[in-house]
Ligand binder design. Structure first.
Ligand code: 0GY
Length: 293
């Protein structure tokens, strides 16, 4: 790895859509600051610092009230940067950790006290060296009360992960809907397979996130991400109590197609057109997972 990269917009627009008071950005990250929180030696990308001050300034600019900070792969299993950001948020952030599956129960409890409410299993080969399902299952079986598991995978391995997901005894949250191919449309094979997964259990939630990753110029799309809206609006309508929304700031690995965060927020009324859906997407659903206590 050589230069540190910047994957976020320097000056995002003010969204036209105003989120309701209390709205939660339920998928974002912090990077560093590196001087205090060095990146993992196994990191697959080396970003510039994008710490809590920047995150909270963006939160306020976009009209959000709270954040769920998901440990990014560049910090490996050392959750110090995520915990530091939560501690600085004055109760306005909670988090998802990435842990070594051998973690002791007392350490899990300490993460709970630091505001962590779930752990993330990342199956993207370009981000992590290994994803040991048997060891993941072992830790999933001894999580603190009320926690859930976040899973990040791409659509081509959904089938192969089904037995593993079935065996996880706590609620699941699927990052970016398992990255469906939105060029197939709302009734395409990927969206149908994802719906079958949702239909298999009532405690599977999904993040209706990342139009910028899923609806790309190289596939004939891009901002304003119409293919994403066409695929995701029916999913939110059909599973209104299972969806979450997030910016994905600082957009790891998106340095070649950096999204405008204001435009991302303006996707919300396109995928959740009523006030009732917006309240579920932005407040009730994430609150139940992250601020239940
Ligand atoms: C995301 C997506 C990505 C990266 C990470 O932990 C990470 O580094 O999640 C990605 O590169 O697709 O949700 O942030």
């Amino acid at each position: 790895m050589t230069d540190r990269i910047i994957s976020w917009h320097a000056n995002p627009s003010k969204p036209i859509y105003a989120p309701p008071p209390g709205a939660i950005d339920a998928h974002c990250h912090v990077f560093g600051p590196m001087a205090r929180f060095p990146f993992s030696p196994k990191a697959k990308y080396l970003p510039e610092d994008a710490g809590p001050d920047m995150l909270f300034a963006l939160r306020d600019h976009l009209g959000f009230d709270r954040n769920v900070i998901v440990q990014a792969s560049c910090h490996g299993t050392d959750n110090a940067a995520t915990l530091d950001a939560i501690a600085r948020s004055q109760g306005r952030a909670r988090g998802v950790a990435v842990v070594d599956p051998a973690i002791h129960d007392a350490e899990l409890q300490a993460l709970h006290e630091g505001g962590i409410r779930g752990i993330r299993f990342n199956f993207l080969k370009r981000l992590v060296d290994d994803a040991p399902k048997d060891r993941f299952l072992e830790v999933a079986r001894r999580l603190p009360q009320g926690w859930h598991v976040v899973i990040y995978f791409e659509a081509d391995i959904l089938g192969e992960l089904r037995a593993f997901m079935d065996a996880i005894p706590v609620p699941l949250v699927i990052d970016h809907m398992g990255r469906p191919d939105v060029t197939q449309g709302p009734d395409g094979a990927d969206m149908r397979a994802f719906r079958r997964l949702l239909d298999s259990r009532e405690d599977i939630h999904f993040k209706a996130t990342c139009p910028d990753r899923l609806d790309r110029p190289e596939d004939g799309g891009g901002d304003p991400w119409d293919m994403f809206a066409e695929c995701v609006a029916p999913l939110v309508a059909d599973y209104p109590d299972r969806c979450l929304w997030g910016t994905d700031w600082p957009h790891p690995n998106m340095q070649d197609a950096i999204p405008d965060d204001g435009h991302l927020v303006d996707m919300i009324p396109r995928i959740a057109p009523t006030e009732e859906l917006q309240r579920l997407l932005l407040i009730d659903n994430p609150e139940a997972l992250y601020w239940a206590d």
